[in-house]
Design a protein around this ligand. Structure first.
Ligand code: 2AL
Length: 243
């Protein structure tokens, strides 16, 4: 199968790192098509970044659809534009936050989330509520490590991340940890070796969910919320979206 792995920020280095994680876990018959938008924020760390990134992200979903990919992954922990992408796509669209929560809830009574900036805490809490996972979550913790500082992470920042994971386990009662950023994907092995609970990276969780859905022949439901978007004219730079 072919999985389109979209990094919605414009950092090509981050795309490369997550593509390596995805390919390392994927079946030999799975091809990962990693893509980076040309226009948009270098990293996504607030609601403004998400909204600006979403337009280019939807262009990439359309591109993947034209290429006939079998699944799309939105590899940013805010799951930006996930519902809109599902309206657009026929193949499954998986957000890494939802994938991480789903996987964690299967193997732990309660899971913690450890993410980047404190200002993103309400957004993560909001997603937990939206997906109905808030009762399974022991809490969301921030490290205040900026997304781009996760690339070639320095030892002090790594220790901070590990300390927050430990605090989630020891103080909040987390029995598994969901990593709250696609940029943490390359750290999952090291953290798993050093911490006493399962550590879940949403990128590889999404790859495995995509492969399962594909093998089961399951597509996005086109009845109801994720049905074809409403037909209308779009103007100006969005004229290509006219239906
Ligand atoms: C992210 C992420 O996964 N990619 C990005 O640009 N920002 N998440 C986050 N919590 O800041």
């Amino acid at each position: 199968m072919r999985i389109q792995l979209i990094n919605p920020n414009t950092s090509a280095d981050m795309t490369h790192a997550m593509a390596l994680s995805a390919q390392s876990i994927a079946l030999s018959t799975t091809q990962i098509i990693a893509c980076t938008p040309e226009h948009g924020p270098k990293s996504i760390e607030c609601a403004f970044d998400e909204v600006i990134a979403s337009a280019a992200l939807l262009d990439l979903i359309e591109q993947g659809k034209q290429q006939g990919v079998d699944a799309h992954i939105i590899a940013c922990f805010g799951d930006p534009a996930l519902d809109a992408a599902r309206e657009l796509a026929d193949a499954p669209v998986i957000g890494i936050a939802e994938a991480g929560f789903q996987m964690a809830s299967l193997i732990a009574h309660r899971f913690g989330v450890v993410t980047t900036l404190s200002r993103t805490l309400p957004a993560s809490e909001h997603l937990l509520q939206k997906y109905g996972h808030q009762h399974k979550c022991s809490g969301v913790r921030a490290t205040d490590i900026p997304v781009l500082a996760l690339e070639n992470i320095d030892p002090a920042a790594y220790q901070l991340l590990k300390q927050e994971c430990l605090a989630a386990i020891e103080q909040d009662g987390a029995e598994a940890i969901v990593l709250g950023c696609a940029g943490m994907s390359s750290l999952v092995e090291k953290l798993s070796a050093e911490l006493p609970v399962p550590i879940i990276d949403g990128v590889v969780a999404a790859v495995k969910l995509a492969e399962s859905l594909h093998q089961l022949g399951l597509q996005t439901s086109k009845i109801g919320q994720y049905g074809q978007r409403v037909s209308k004219n779009f103007t100006g730079r969005y004229a290509h979206w006219s239906l």
